[in-house]
Design a protein around this ligand. Structure first.
Ligand code: TXD
Length: 321
């Protein structure tokens, strides 16, 4: 079978790890685009020169020209600046909106039939803007946030319970900001509710709730925690890994159910906004949205998060995007 092609727009920290992971998994041929001269060529050369050792065989091309992304099945966008310590994701709005607009024009012209996965922050606004500028069908423009946020939540739960992270199922809904909604009630260890395990561990419902609240809070702030430690940028291994799972689902038509930033058309009572919810990902992009029953408190938290997204999008529009 002919290999698929993935174009990576942005060859920085996440873009570089993406290129390497795609190679290691022989997921597709790679075209790595960046505006910085020679850098994407250097990164792809470096990764290609590891292919004999790692035993993979895909084509890796670095470029500064959009025409080279022609024929891509999937485009993954990380172009934009990352956060510096103390910055919120929203502080990036104007700078990254300008970049995203130019990227959308390039992708529209040279890879008009691709499915697009966006990682750049502020995520919910960037996905909205890309779709608006490109005019691509809503189901073909998807944002990555929920897979990472859910993985972070799962990691903290696994550490707390002293069990393998592989057996944790936990999901985070809403926008990719401090208002995101880790779904505590549905979090489970191979089907057994996490809260039940915490109550057994501590023998006290109040203490169990306190421990869970701390994990929820850490999940919401997890991106900032890494930024603070790294000092020169934001998380890049985990966002790349998250995007790869979505890319595999799409290119392999796997119908995986992954928390994704997708366009809501009445689902969850939201009309016309991109928000993080569980979605079925396959060859058509977002093929279906799964609705989850939320109790009063969860619904209020979700509404609050949707509010943050609509405010962010309104701010972006006010700024002329
Ligand atoms: O889960 C998530 N969605 C995220 C998102 C988790 C962590 C970080 N997230 C965001 O991804 C972050 O806030 C940034 O907005 C993006 C990319 O993060 P990365 O760490 O890869 O940033 P880098 O290393 O600065 O790389 C960005 C690259 C850099 O090489 C620039 O030269 C390039 O983007 N860039 C451009 N590429 C193409 N076209 C244009 N116009 C352009 N401008 C800059």
């Amino acid at each position: 079978m002919a290999k698929k092609q993935i174009a990576l727009i942005g060859g920085g920290q996440i873009g570089g790890v993406l290129a390497q992971l795609i190679g290691l998994r022989e997921l597709a041929n790679v075209v790595l685009f960046d505006v910085v001269e020679d850098m994407p060529q250097g990164k792809t050369l470096d990764i290609a020169e590891a292919s004999r050792v790692d035993g993979f065989d895909v084509s890796l091309k670095g470029t500064n020209e959009y025409k080279d992304i022609a024929g891509s099945d999937l485009v993954i966008i990380t172009a934009g600046l990352p956060r510096k310590p103390g910055m919120s994701r929203d502080d990036l709005l104007v700078t990254n909106a300008k970049i995203m607009k130019s990227v959308a024009e390039g992708v529209k012209q040279f890879a008009p039939n691709s499915i697009v996965l966006i990682i750049s922050n502020p995520l919910d606004a960037m996905v909205t803007l890309f779709q608006k500028v490109s005019g691509f069908a809503h189901n073909k423009v998807i944002g990555q946030a929920g897979v990472l946020d859910s993985s972070r939540f799962s990691t903290f739960i696994a550490w707390e319970l002293g069990v393998s992270v592989k057996d944790i199922n936990a999901m985070v809904l809403g926008g990719h900001g401090d208002t995101m909604v880790p779904l505590v009630r549905y979090a489970n260890v191979n089907g057994v509710p996490v809260m039940e395990q915490l109550e057994r561990k501590y023998g006290d419902a109040a203490k169990a709730k306190e421990v869970m609240d701390a994990m929820v809070q850490r999940t919401k702030m997890a991106g900032g925690e890494v930024v603070k430690l790294l000092k020169t940028g934001s998380a890049f291994y985990s966002p790349a890994a998250a995007a790869i799972s979505m890319a595999e689902a799409i290119l392999g038509d796997q119908k995986r159910v992954l928390a994704s930033c997708v366009y809501l058309n009445g689902e969850y009572g939201v009309e016309g906004y991109y928000v993080g919810v569980p979605a079925v990902l396959g060859e058509k992009g977002c093929e279906k949205i799964l609705e989850v029953t939320l109790d009063k408190e969860e619904q209020a938290a979700f509404d609050n998060s949707v509010n943050a997204v609509t405010t962010l999008v309104a701010d972006m529009e006010r700024l002329g995007f």
